[in-house]
Design a binder for this molecule. Structure first.
Ligand SMILES: C[S@@+](CC[C@H](N)C(=O)[O-])C[C@H]1O[C@@H](n2cnc3c(N)ncnc32)[C@H](O)[C@@H]1O
Length: 284
C-alpha cells in the first residue's frame, strides 16, 4: 500500500475509531488493503511534567523512544530529549513571553504535515497538555485534519511544585477544593473576580503565570476582603535542581526578587499550604 493511499482523507467513523486510544495508550493501526497492519502517521501530545525527568510516565517514555519526529517546548529537560531515537527529527517550538520560536498555527501545521507523511509524531509539553498547555487546540487541529491524535497526561506544575515543596493543596478540615487558574488570558493580565470568594471559602488557588503580577493580585484580593494572614507561597522552577520556595502571607508577600530570565514560577494561596507545618524545637 502506498503512502498516498494510507494518507488519503478518511471517513468520520475511521477518524473517530483511530482517535480512540488502545488500552495501552497507543493509537490504533490501520489495516492495509492486503489485511496486514500498516503503520499510519499519528500524533501523541505528551505531558512531560514540570521539570524533573523522573516524573515522566512509563507510557510517555515508551512513546518518546518510538518517535520519529519530536516537537518540544522550552522547559523540556535534556534528559527527556535524550530518550528520543538518534535518527528522530527534533523541532524546537518553545515559547517565552512575546518570543515564540514558531507560532501556534505553525506548530499545528508542521505536526499535521509530519503525521500525513506517515511519521510517528510526539509533541512534548511541560506539565500536562490540557492544563494551560494548548493541548486542546492541538488535539482539535489534528482531528480536524483527519490525523489520529491521543493525549498522554503529565504531572502539572501545581501538583509537582506542591509535592516537592511539601505544601498540601487539600487538607482535611481546612481545604476541600483546589482551583488551577491563570493570571494571564488571551487579552492580557487579568485578576479574576471569582478568586476572592473561593479563597474566603477555604479553597486553595494555584495560580499559573501569576508571579509577575503577584502584588496587584494580592492588593485586589485584600480589597475584596480576603484575610491578610492568608498563606502565600511562590515555587520557582519547581521539581528541578534550581527549585526555590518562598513563603509569606497576602499582606507580607514573599519577595521573589529579580529571578533569572526564563524562571518558571507558580503561586499557591490558601490555608491548606501551611497546614502541614509543625514547630520543630530548636534543639531537636
Ligand atoms: C503555559 S503554562 C504551562 C503549564 C503546564 N502545561 C502544566 O501543566 O504545568 C506555564 C506556567 O506554568 C507554571 N510552571 C510550569 N512549570 C513550572 C515549574 N517547574 N515551576 C513552577 N511553575 C511552573 C508557571 O506558572 C508557568 O508560567
Amino acid at each position: 500500500m502506498s503512502m498516498r493511499t494510507l494518507n488519503r482523507p478518511r471517513g468520520l467513523w475511521q477518524v473517530l475509531r483511530e482517535a480512540l486510544p488502545t488500552r495501552h495508550g497507543g493509537l490504533r493501526r490501520c489495516a492495509g488493503g492486503d489485511g496486514r497492519e500498516a503503520p499510519e502517521g499519528h500524533v501523541h501530545l505528551i505531558g512531560c511534567g514540570p521539570g524533573d525527568p523522573e516524573l515522566l510516565t512509563l507510557r510517555a517514555a515508551r512513546l518518546i523512544r518510538e518517535a520519529q519526529v519530536v516537537f518540544y517546548d522550552r522547559l523540556i529537560d535534556p534528559a527527556v530529549l535524550a530518550l528520543t531515537p538518534r535518527n528522530a527529527r527534533r523541532v524546537y517550538v518553545g515559547k517565552r513571553c512575546g518570543d515564540h520560536a514558531v507560532g501556534q498555527s505553525g506548530i499545528e501545521r508542521q505536526m499535521i504535515a509530519a503525521a500525513r507523511a506517515g511519521r510517528r509524531v510526539v509533541r512534548l509539553k511541560g506539565g500536562d497538555p490540557f492544563i494551560f498547555g494548548r493541548g486542546g487546540e492541538e488535539l482539535r487541529a489534528c482531528r480536524s485534519a483527519g490525523i489520529a491524535c491521543a493525549v498522554v497526561p503529565g504531572v502539572t506544575a501545581a501538583l509537582g511544585c506542591a509535592a516537592e515543596a511539601a505544601l498540601p493543596l487539600t487538607f482535611r478540615g481546612v481545604a476541600r477544593a483546589v482551583t488551577f487558574a491563570t493570571a494571564q488570558t488571551d487579552k492580557g493580565a487579568e485578576i479574576d473576580g471569582a478568586f476572592a470568594p473561593m479563597l474566603s471559602a477555604g479553597h486553595t488557588l494555584a495560580l499559573y503565570m501569576g508571579r509577575r503580577m503577584l502584588r496587584e493580585t494580592a492588593a485586589r484580593l485584600l480589597s475584596q476582603g480576603v484575610p491578610c494572614d492568608l498563606p502565600v507561597a511562590v515555587v520557582l522552577d519547581g521539581t528541578t535542581a534550581r527549585q526555590r520556595t518562598l513563603k509569606g502571607t497576602l499582606a507580607q508577600l514573599p519577595d521573589t526578587g529579580p529571578a533569572p530570565e526564563g524562571t518558571a514560577g507558580l503561586v499557591l494561596l490558601g490555608r491548606s499550604i501551611a497546614a502541614a507545618e509543625i514547630d520543630v524545637p530548636a534543639n531537636a
